[in-house]
Design a protein around this ligand. Structure first.
Ligand code: S3P
Length: 174
């Protein structure tokens, strides 16, 4: 088995990128990075604050800056991106050039179940929306974004979020 040294997880909000990324990094003895957390730490502002005060455009700029920085840095990591990261500023091309990308493919039905119950300050895209509006927003985002996610080098189903299942699916590629 030959495990790539830079693994980047992409997929919709609620697809399990951060949860699985952390477990994957632990099992491989790699460092785990979460792009949203990096942005919060580097700027000293929460994702919600950036969206509200600086605007989504600024957030997308910051995503690209820190994505480039971390992709060009140390080896031996798993990086969980934000749901929109691959869809702006040619980020998916950059990810594929510098790492092995993994798309956690989860059906919209499953995402619907996970997201409305899992609102936090980290997801300003959905703040102030009722459940019906969140579902509509997710449907539109998914329609726009799927073509980027599908450019990932590895696609695994994230429908079953158990680590054992995801690990065994992923390891078939290495
Ligand atoms: C976003 C998803 C969030 C976060 C930001 C924007 C998006 O990350 O980056 O709120 O555009 O889908 P998660 O995918 O971890 O929720």
């Amino acid at each position: 088995m030959r495990v790539p040294m830079k693994i980047v997880l992409v997929g919709m909000p609620g697809s399990g990128k951060s949860t699985f990324g952390m477990q994957l990094a632990r099992q491989l003895n790699f460092v785990f990075f979460d792009l949203d957390k990096i942005i919060e730490e580097e700027t000293g502002k929460s994702i919600s604050y950036i969206f509200e005060h600086d605007g989504e455009g600024k957030f997308r700029e910051l995503e690209t800056i820190y994505l480039e920085k971390y992709l060009g840095g140390i080896e031996g990591f798993v990086l969980a991106t934000g749901g929109g990261t691959p869809c702006f500023n040619d980020n998916m091309e950059l990810i594929n050039k510098k790492s092995i990308s993994v798309f956690l493919d989860v059906s919209l039905e499953e995402i619907y179940k996970r997201i409305p119950k899992n609102q936090s300050g980290k997801r300003p895209m959905f703040s102030g929306l009722d459940e019906g509006e969140i579902i509509l927003k997710l449907k539109n985002l998914h329609a726009d974004r799927e073509r980027y996610y599908r450019q990932a080098k590895i696609i695994i189903s994230g429908e079953d979020i158990s680590t054992e299942h995801l690990m065994s699916e992923l390891m078939t590629f290495f």
